[in-house]
Design a protein around this ligand. Sequence first.
Ligand code: TXA
Ligand code: MG
Length: 349
Amino acid sequence: MNTLLLKVNPADPELDIIRTAADIIRRGGTVAFPTETVYGLGADALNPEAVKRIYEAKGRPLDNPIIVHVSSREMLEQVAADIPALAWRLISKFWPGPLTLVLRRSPKLPEVTVAGLDTVAVRMPRHRVALMLIEESGRPIAAPSANLSGSPSPTRAEHVVKDLYGRVDAILDGGETEIGLESTVLSLVDDVPTMLRPGGITLEQLRSEIGEVRLHPAVLAEEEMERIIARSPGMKYRHYAPKAELIIVHGDSARVKKKTRELIEEYSEKGLRVGVLYLGRTGYGLRDEISLGDADDLRTVARNLFASIRELDAKGVDVIITEGVEERGLGLAIMNRLKKASGGRIVRV
Ligand code: TXA
Ligand code: MG
């Protein structure tokens, strides 16, 4: 398949480029595009053949439903039904932005988009390219992250090219994404609003807006995701997994540094090539080490996380040792992605 590469200005997208991409969506094709969280791989959410092409391109299991992206409240009402007052409150506060709401679905949506569920996950992205693409297509756009199933979500067009070139119709290159982690997924179809995936909007932000919010146990789980009875089908897959084995070292920062040093030595002695993702300015003097940012600047850590894992993977390291962050604010989402990538290998110190 020929993949069209289209550079676009993220601050002020060129209309002719967006229209080229929107035409592809309207004709049932697939287009990767930047959002404020990560790159998505989009297709017309109302066209089952088009949505099937997303699953094929990613190698995504058909029982994992896809987030539907909208650009207006009218479009939301085309895809969701019985929208509760709580949803409207969250929408006026956090949309456009990195909050995905699970709602009752409209019968108009094809089964394949929602993997046969009676609910739909919807969000309105804040990125201008994403919003314009949806508007110009005039269709709600179904879009999972634009990576091959199982690899880290793409935060740069080059990541998308690496995973999906030749497998999709077009890639809109709008530079690096701002948040770097996927959206928060909040279910509003249970008695109590339940966070299924932490992300760009924090638990603290949601609680201060609507009061009680439950954290789905799988979010914190350190066991293999497959062992957890998941409400969100996506929870059971080992996402974001690098080729290298990933190990998290978590706890008091001085002890983390000491333990990390010990582990580097232990693995190196075994003849393994070790890479490290560390916090702050001072590393370990390794060739393959990257600073994620300061421990008290989690926005930067979140923005760098997936790209840094990809970078170490590309260098061919056998083991990636990562310093963990506190599970507060954005730290909850960062640790959730790290735990998934590590398959639960955490050393607590
Ligand atoms: O930031 C994001 O959310 C990015 C950008 C492109 O918008 N998209 C993204 O999509 O991360 P994806 O497919 O990689 O993750 C969607 C998650 C999956 O865990 C999926 O199982 C869950 O949302 N999900 C989708 N529909 C659902 C539903 N009806 N009920 C529960 N969970 C749902
Ligand atoms: Mg994904």
